[in-house]
Design a protein around this ligand. Sequence first.
Ligand SMILES: [Zn+2]
Length: 371
Amino acid sequence: MKTAYKFRMYPNKQQEAMLDVTLETCRHLYNTALADRKNCYELEGISRSYEDQAATLTLEKKEGKWQGVFSQVSQDVLRRVDKAFKAFFRRVKSGEKPGYPRFKGEGWYKSFTYPQAGFKIEGSKLVLSKIGSIRIFKHREVEGKVKTCTIKKDHLGHWYATLVSEIEDVPPVDPKIAIGVDVGLKNLVALSTGGTIQYPRYYVQAQQKLAIAQRNLSRKKKGSANRRKAKVKVAKISQDVQNHRDEFLHQVSRKLVDSADLIVFENLNISGMLKNHHLAKHIQDHAWGKLIQFTQSKAAKAGKMVELVDARYTSQKCSQCGIIVPKTLADRVHLCPNCGLEMDRDLNACINILTLGLRGRAYRDTAKADQ
Ligand SMILES: [Zn+2]
């Protein structure tokens, strides 16, 4: 199983200059490789492969070109070009009209990757070959064997390192406790055990701050210095909001995985399309997707399971007798005219989600046993 860790980097002036030079060299190499493919094809009808281009790169390096960049990092650039072309041809084949792979203008090449070696973590430093030992903010310990390291510069000029590590799969535990989780209307989530989890106050406040900054930005004159300043402010606060949210979602997913062996969620990819799409909803869906993702990775490490179900009708259906009880968004209580069940609407939905999850698992287990 693979896990990604993203750490902010704090390069000194000299290191930052080297990082920028590396990005520029990679961009230049990317464009050169792209042009090479284009020319070879247009002029001679030859398709250049990754291997062809890697061989050329080795020769050119011997001649003194592309210096200052770790060799595997420059090979990875060629692999990106290869990927772009493969994706392009795949889409042409399937009858689409994709844009031809594009040259990267200044500022449009934002990351480079050490695909195997050339980097290591030493305490709170990340040592990069050809660049140096850079201070990082390591908010989590890296577990497992680190496979790749990608260095990225964001639009605020901050540098980040993303390390992808691999750990061995944990054998599954026999699920004894199961829990159903639903997107609440008022809360972040509602649980089939009857509880709810709400966003913390600091998160709600950060969101309000963001809304104010965005309104402020929209009032600034286009092209003015004040607008530029307001834009940076919005980007900064929005980054804060995201960080707060992720930190909170990590706590929630930890709680879920600690409290149950099988966790059942609504599958947004199925039911999300049926929902209305205003911005607030979109943001909520995004958080929901992240919560599922975080829970899946924590569950995998603990040998526990996450099940995703099609949650259509789960809010309308009676969790006791199965009859459909139509409700509007304003109806907070599920009151069944058939069996008399009365409970909070979110709780009723959660129990339905849990039932669907358990049924799906039981069905699959029988199918497996029949084989
Ligand atoms: Zn009923």
